[in-house]
Design a binder for this molecule. Structure first.
Ligand code: ADP
Ligand code: MG
Length: 289
């Protein structure tokens, strides 16, 4: 057993070969090749599950006890936060939103099992794609690169916007919408053809993760704040082209929100108005310092 696993219940860490892949302030993320409950021999054949690709493995999100908190309060918070995250993940999964398949939750132990999304984050994918475009297209200059960005990055960002719209249409706000909390399935940066390839490329599928701060809200303002957080993430991680990236996400968002239903048009316009107001507040705050 590796030292990282010391606080995981031993029944779990002894039974499964777990690898720590991320450690945040709140949670540790482990990867397992094996399903937590179903032997791989059964998964390969007779048992049908919601997991689309068993060979991609599984994720265990674990909220370890916080020693600095009072025991009873800590147990209460862990239970509450784990259950809230799992409920939202499961609800979105059932509603057909692109999120990892939910497998199981143990609120008292602070554990959530879900599908592993085997692909880069949106942030990594854009970085890799921008780098490849610069390397492959340096002779064609900025106009060649900008044409390729339209061809390769725009379709993905339109679908990112439309997935966020589906989430918001269900009155769920994410609470921490960054380009690291969007993963991509089948997301090799430019595919086998490379930046100059002429074949049709598959657009990777965005998958929204990390519902630790998510909540239900009918307020347009809360949805606007989600979009603003994502906009800030683009500006800080992809500063040169953030303007067009944000524009494409919002284009996908507006088109995808309620898919043209009359009431949805009204709601999405209201969210866009609030987004302008949130931006203005953000600018004023940064001017004041
Ligand atoms: N279902 C998943 N599939 C693949 N990687 C995941 C999954 N869930 C989390 N991760 C990885 O672990 C990291 C942290 O997980 P996250 O749920 O965002 O927790 P935190 O609250 O610490 O940000 C993610 O940025 C991602 O790299
Ligand atoms: Mg996260």
């Amino acid at each position: 057993m590796s030292p990282d696993l010391s606080t995981l219940p031993s029944a779990i860490s002894d039974a499964l070969d777990l690898t720590l892949i991320s450690q945040g302030a709140e949670a540790k993320i482990y990867f397992s090749h094996e399903h937590p409950f179903i032997p791989s021999t059964l998964l390969a054949g007779t048992i049908s599950t919601t997991i689309s690709n068993p060979s991609a493995g599984y994720i265990l999100k674990y909220r370890p006890p916080k020693r600095y908190r009072h025991d009873a309060l800590d147990a209460q918070l862990t239970k509450h936060r784990t259950l809230s995250e799992a409920r939202i993940l499961y609800k979105l999964f059932l509603a057909g939103i692109s999120v990892p398949s939910f497998i199981a939750v143990d609120p008292r132990l602070g554990l959530i099992w879900m599908e592993n999304v085997d692909g880069p984050s949106l942030k990594e994918w854009i970085w890799a794609t921008e780098t490849e475009l610069e390397e492959h297209l340096c002779e064609e200059g900025e106009s060649g690169q900008s044409k390729k960005r339209l061809e390769i990055i725009k379709p993905l960002l339109l679908s990112v916007g439309s997935e966020i719209a589906k989430l918001h249409f269900l009155d769920t706000v994410h609470g921490d919408l960054t380009t690291s909390n969007l993963l991509l399935r089948d997301g090799s940066s430019l595919g086998a053809e490379g930046a100059t390839g002429s074949h049709q490329r598959m657009v990777p599928q965005p998958v929204i993760i990390d519902f630790g701060l998510a909540q239900q809200s009918t307020l347009p303002e809360d949805k606007a704040v989600d979009l603003y957080v994502l906009e800030r993430a683009f500006i800080s991680t992809h500063p040169i082209h953030s303007g067009e990236y944000v524009e494409w996400v919002l284009e996908g968002y507006v088109a995808g929100f309620g898919r043209g239903k009359k009431t949805a048009v009204f709601k999405v316009n209201e969210i866009m108005r609030k987004l302008d107001a949130v931006r203005l507040r953000g600018r004023k705050r940064s001017m004041v310092g």
